[in-house]
Ligand binder design. Structure first.
Ligand code: OOG
Ligand code: MG
Length: 236
């Protein structure tokens, strides 16, 4: 499995898509998480640090977009973090997409202590952004980068907040936090259970409420989550 991790790692570093090597090797989802762990271990060996986890495919819109209908998770490192408002160079990506998310800040027992609007850049390492469940899991659930807005204490209700994704000031996706497992707070218990162990101060991305959109160079992208505020990135 370490050869699969090595090929996925090289695809991400070179920005060159590869075929669906994990399903082709006959691996299942459990095996694929072992490949993911080996893939992220390569990043940690290069000096990156784990800073959290992401959930994926927690909304119908996302499941329908990629044709995989199981909740998945991935690992986030410090090298994937982009400051709110910063400029990201997209030239190293294969076919990046961006999506609006809700982020939670975790304490030692895996409870959420704060919430923020977030943007996630995903970049499947597979050709045409097409994959099976095992392929996407091994590929660290397409994780590429993320930006988080200002943290706020948890409000009373998070289960029906409007979500907008804007590109250059034009609304390109509209959704509701209700799309995320019925209530994005459910993503916290899902994530902690799936990951097994979380560290205090880790971030948890709950999964996109809407489909992702292609991310071009030279644009300004903003996510707005009703009551939580905004987060933005620019691309170069
Ligand atoms: C898989 C990752 C899904 C989300 O928020 O649902 C994800 C993909 O769409 O490539 O990050
Ligand atoms: Mg996502």
């Amino acid at each position: 499995m370490s050869d699969l991790a090595e090929r996925l790692d090289a695809a991400a570093r070179d920005g060159v898509a590869i075929p669906q090597i994990v399903s082709a090797a006959g691996l299942d989802a459990a095996d694929a998480y072992t490949v993911q762990e080996a893939l992220v271990a390569r990043r940690l060996a290069r000096g990156e640090r784990l800073v959290g986890i992401k959930l994926g495919l927690t909304s119908r819109a996302k499941m329908a977009q990629v044709g995989v209908d199981e909740v998945i998770w991935g690992r986030l490192t410090d090298a994937m973090a982009i400051a709110d408002g910063a400029t990201v160079d997209t030239s190293g990506y294969i076919h990046p997409r961006i999506e609006p998310e809700v982020a939670f800040l975790l304490d030692a027992s895996g409870n959420a202590t704060a919430v923020a609007p977030a943007l996630e850049i995903i970049d499947s390492r597979y050709a045409d952004f097409k994959f099976s469940l095992a392929d996407v899991i091994a590929d660290n659930s397409s994780a590429a980068a993320f930006a988080i807005g200002d943290w706020k204490p948890l409000p009373g209700g998070l289960d029906n907040l409007g979500v907008l994704l804007e590109v250059d000031g034009r609304v390109v996706q509209i959704g509701s936090t209700a799309a995320i497992l019925g209530d994005p707070r459910r993503a916290v218990s899902w994530g902690v259970r799936l990951a097994g162990k979380v560290d205090p101060g880790w971030v948890l991305l709950a999964g996109a409420a809407t489909a992702a959109v292609p991310l071009a160079p030279g644009v300004h992208v903003r996510a707005v989550v009703e009551g939580l505020g905004t987060v933005a990135v620019r691309t170069a």
